[in-house]
Design a protein around this ligand. Sequence first.
Ligand code: TEU
Ligand code: CA
Length: 557
Amino acid sequence: MKKEWWHNKVAYQIWPKSFQDSNGDGIGDIPGIISHLDDLHSLGVGILWLSPVYCSPLADEGYDISDYYDIDPRFGTLEDMDRLIAEAKRRDISILMDLVVNHCSDEHIWFKKACADPEGPFGKFFYIEKHRPGDPMPTNWRSYFGGPVWDYLPGHTDYVYLHVFHRKQPDLNWENPILRKEVYKMINWWLDRGIAGFRIDAIINIKKALPFCNYPADRSDGLCSIQRMLEKATGVLGFLDEMAAETFHPHGAFSIAELFDNKLEDLPRFIGDNGCFSCIFDFAPEMLSKSQDGWMGAKPVTPDMWKAAVFGSQRLAGTTGFMANIIENHDEPRGVSRYLADGERSETAKKMLAGLSILLRGLPFLYQGQEIGMENTVFTSIDQADDCNTHGEYNAMLSAGLSPEQALSAVSRMSRDNARTPLQWTAGRNAGFTSGTPWYPLNPNFTQINYEEQRQRPDSLLNFYRALIALRKDPQWEETLVYGVTEPWLEHEHRFMAYYRRGPRTLLVLGNWQKQHRSLVLPSKPRQVLLSNLPQVSLFDSHIEMEGFQFLVLAMD
Ligand code: TEU
Ligand code: CA
């Protein structure tokens, strides 16, 4: 495996709308991000991904782009973006933009032109089909956010268009080489502006199984999961290789893909030395709560399930390339709320989860607020949900016969809004997020969980994240922690996770994922305790007593 500049970095995702407001309109913005670059630098962050800040009607919070070449005025200006790139660079931080090219917004000029003339050149930028009233839609696929993927083309009753996400997100037709050229031009325009690369949105969806056809319905709505179509679609790598060759490769850019895919035998083609991306996210732990029945069937994730999923991915990636390790992002509930059970969500346990994740092989990728242990928010009514997907899932649960209370309880556990509450900077007014009215209510626990308190307390979660990241960068351990292999230890021990990182040095990482303490005999006598999430470490030769939720990093040689 070739070594790359980004392998020893730690990355961080910003969801701009909720990071920091600088002008009192209640919406986070780019100047707000700039004002916290020192915080991110002191955490040890070297790569920053911004969820979309392009012009957008925000039907899917920026993942519906109406102009790829400009910044939405709510978030700032192109000059602000240039300043962010420059200020980040001064702190050795590289900026990634979000590349959303499976679809654009229905307010994009391309779509408007397609509506004006469906048979003209811009009609071919989308999937537009002729349709006679009363006829079935071209396919029975269910969109990711619920309901059919087909809708009438605005202004027409004889044409329909495809959208695998929201109806305001028409899919771009990648079969059209003119469209592909436009996309590459835009990517290169941004790379030339000085960004280091992109996080690539929903990219597996760009290849449709054609010609259009139905698959067996899997719910009472008579529709089928979009997954059925994706399983049949072949040839996405052709598009991806072309995109890489036309954009990322000549720029030496970094690319990280959001790739939900079961065809992982193609992994070397995605992230190998000559792969079409630099890196992909490891979603195996997040997938544990996905179900055919949507949120209704979402299972709680146990420590043993999490461990099995994570080790599975570590084995899969092996030394082929890097996957990015996450516990959460803007599409998921908060990691500590999902993976730590009610009654077990202490700061000690949060540190354990942090340590087990950050020290894996791969690129650690944090999400805003994770470093202070932000938790899921409180829902008392569905009217509090902003996210379009949350409304789709809620309605699906009601149609399937759940009571509003049952559906709301699933929303509380699974909603993307959980990750989208404003960042908790202080215990003061609006948690220091805005001087105005926050666009979305704060999690009421900001008086306990906030940056200000954790910054000054030496044993805070924030300082533990700093220590973990510093350990990964420590010249004594860097080679081992970045490139060493992961070797599970006592893999089948219940509610316990441990692994070696073996490189030039040997480290053992241990987490006692239960309330009860645990006695262990280590394979050999450790040379040094490098990190613990508790002040007390009970180690006698090779015998160790671990407290409940204790996390340890031991140097074995
Ligand atoms: O997500 C792609 C995706 O597959 C989502 O449907 C995901 O499964 C869902 O959000 C889980 O609730 C990307 C973006 O990350 C997401 O924010 C966008 O909504 C989506 O693409 C459309 O652009
Ligand atoms: Ca603002």
